[in-house]
Design a protein around this ligand. Structure first.
Ligand code: TA6
Length: 285
């Protein structure tokens, strides 16, 4: 596919960095820079000018066509979870095509990536719209092109870059119930702000809440707001699980926290034939 037609001088730049692997695209806004892999429509970084990346990316990530990239914002679609193979769906290990790009009225760059695949039992079209300014906006749209209705689950599986996991607390989910994936998937209630001192893997339900990662070490707050998402997953693999993953930096668990905007489990989305659904997330500091 010819990508250059979607390039804009000094604003949207395509780079083929790895042989036999889809290109990367860099969006240069006035206020920030964002890098995306066309493999999996995978946002890898979002760096405010003069600041630190808001996203964590493993230096041991594997850039291979049959693998998901460790870090950034993996797209879990058309399912979340490892009950079905491939884990978290095939969208994040598929090559997405560019269907649109441009500058908005403020001159901020955006790009729209699309996946239409026969890898599933239903005909669908997925699109990811990424807009970059002083904030990072993602819109994930799923359209049912089949005659039959189908259900799907989804997550923007965002890995956030933090100074040290002992320095951060996650605000916004107090009072919400969650499924504890590390304790027999039993349902529990979150009373306080979340602080992480061991492996955590929780699916918060019935929540359209905004979340904020308060990071005393970097003296910054990362805000994650969302629309049309009723689940939020909070994950940190901690020492043993991260050490068991070849693509996870040694000790990398200290510098990341996943806060994933999703629709999972009871909050799966059912699409009638011809219908579509868009989940929106804004990430800013
Ligand atoms: O979102 C949390 C989770 O489902 C964890 O259970 C863990 O499996 C994580 O996703 C990473 O999954 P991955 O397939 O990307 O290694």
């Amino acid at each position: 596919m010819q990508y250059e037609q979607f390039a804009i001088d000094k604003k949207i730049v395509f780079e083929t960095l790895i042989k036999e692997y889809p290109p990367f695209v860099i969006l240069y806004a006035k206020e920030s820079t964002c890098m995306i892999a066309l493999h999996g429509a995978h946002v890898l970084s979002f760096i405010p000018n003069g600041g630190k990346d808001l996203l964590w990316l493993s230096s041991k990530a594997q850039y291979q066509n049959d693998k998901a990239i460790r870090g950034g914002i993996p797209l879990c679609l058309p399912w979340f979870g490892s009950d079905t193979s491939p884990s978290h769906g095939f969208a994040r290990i598929s090559e997405w095509e560019v269907v649109a790009s441009g500058l908005d009225e403020e001159g901020s760059p955006y790009i729209c990536l699309q996946l239409q695949s026969d890898d599933w039992e239903y005909k669908f079209c997925a699109q990811l719209l990424v807009k970059v300014s002083d904030v990072l906006k993602l819109e994930l749209t799923m359209q049912n092109l089949d005659e039959k209705a189908f259900k799907f689950t989804e997550a923007l599986h965002s890995y956030f870059n933090i100074s040290d996991v002992k320095n951060v607390s996650l605000i916004g989910l107090q009072g919400r119930n969650y499924i504890d994936q590390l304790d027999g998937n039993i349902e529990k209630t979150q009373h306080e702000a979340i602080e992480v001192d061991s492996e955590i893997d929780r699916i918060y339900q019935d929540t359209d809440d905004a979340c904020t990662i308060e990071d005393k070490g970097y003296n910054r707050k990362i805000s994650i707001t969302k629309e049309n998402s009723k689940s939020t997953v909070v994950w940190n693999p901690w020492i043993d699980k991260s050490a068991s993953m070849v693509d996870f930096d040694e000790g990398g668990y200290k510098n990341m926290l996943c806060v994933e905007s999703a629709n999972i489990g009871d909050e799966a989305i059912e699409l009638q034939s011809g219908a579509q659904h868009t989940m929106k997330v804004t990430i800013e500091t």
